[in-house]
Design a protein around this ligand. Structure first.
Ligand code: SF4
Length: 314
């Protein structure tokens, strides 16, 4: 690709952000966090495995449920060795109904790889972490910052929203601000040697103050925020898009299939599972069959002839 065509595709990066302004934002946000810190155990454990579990639990899950899933998981598998020694079916049972059960498989696969190739210690570089199953940039940054105290900027939906508003004046940054701009800004705003406090400060601030509907009147950053004049002038962020209904969805069918096997002491016949799930979801058996094929392809379930078992069977 030529430099010319790259320029057309890459988003234009903003002009340098004045250091004094960045410094003031850092100070005010960290002061806010001193008073509003959420005492989640993985934030202070200095345990890379605990940080990874928390990051994976937090994907597509409300924070109010993350602590419950995390506690259950850490009670069953307190160390990465304990997780690697278990079967993936055990991991799925402990994951229970937490949703998106591939996350349990990814954690189990990662534990196996880390115990086989890294002596049971999660690697300390972003690239090595990103090569592990289910570990994306957010989880890698959480492991580096909470687990190892290494400077790494975590970027999740809340953080995109906060940075896009404060630095670029967008109302709805998840949709308006190019991801490259947010990454660029997040790296520049990250204070030296404080990532384990900075990342959760931004996350909590995005959840409590600069939420989808921002509380600008109570915001310690209002005099520094590029979006404040717009909100104060009466503009509003659009409501979040409605999620498609879960009831009757392909995801519900997948969840019901896994649940049948997770709660059964015995393997189950394929025809029995299909009939039960079709009845429970009031769905056609052909749709349940498609959902079953997809959970088998994902390694959540495996079959041996007409008999279904929980887990990949590896
Ligand atoms: S002033 Fe409003 S938009 Fe700006 S950071 Fe604070 S809450 Fe968010």
């Amino acid at each position: 690709m030529s430099a010319e065509s790259r320029r057309e595709i890459e988003p234009e990066l903003p002009r340098p952000l004045p250091p004094q302004r960045l410094g003031a934002i850092r100070r005010r946000l960290l002061r806010w966090y001193d008073e509003h810190e959420q005492p989640f155990p993985w934030r202070t454990a200095a345990d890379p495995y605990a940080a990874l579990v928390a990051a994976v639990c937090a994907q597509q899950t409300q924070m109010s449920r993350v602590l419950q899933i995390y506690d259950r998981w850490m009670t069953a598998f307190p160390t990465i060795h304990a997780l690697a020694a278990a079967s993936d079916a055990d991991a799925l049972r402990v994951w229970d109904r937490a949703g998106y059960p591939k996350r349990a498989l990814y954690l189990h696969q990662t534990a196996t790889i880390v115990c086989e190739h890294y002596g049971g210690l999660l690697p300390r570089t972003r690239d090595e972490l990103l090569a592990l199953p289910g570990v994306g940039p957010f989880s890698a940054a959480i492991v580096l910052s909470f687990g190892f105290g290494i400077d790494a900027a975590a970027i999740d939906t809340n953080i995109v929203r906060v940075l896009g508003r404060v630095l670029f004046g967008d109302l709805q940054p998840v949709r308006e601000t190019p991801a490259a701009q947010i990454r660029w800004a997040a790296e520049r705003l990250l204070p030296d040697n404080q990532a384990e406090r900075w990342n959760p400060a931004l996350m909590d601030f995005g959840a409590a103050v600069c939420a989808a509907k921002p509380r600008c009147a109570q915001c310690p950053l209002s005099t520094l925020c590029a979006a404040y004049p717009r909100f104060a002038g009466g503009e509003e962020a659009q409501a979040a898009r409605m999620q498609p209904p879960f009831r009757g969805s392909h995801r519900e069918l997948r969840g019901l299939i896994v649940s049948q096997l997770r709660t059964s002491e015995e393997p189950l016949q394929r025809t029995v599972v299909i009939a039960r799930v079709a009845r429970l979801a009031r769905a056609k058996q052909s749709r349940v069959t498609l959902a079953l094929d997809s959970v088998i392809a994902d390694g959540l379930v495996h079959d041996c002839g007409d008999i279904l078992y929980l887990g990949s069977g590896d």
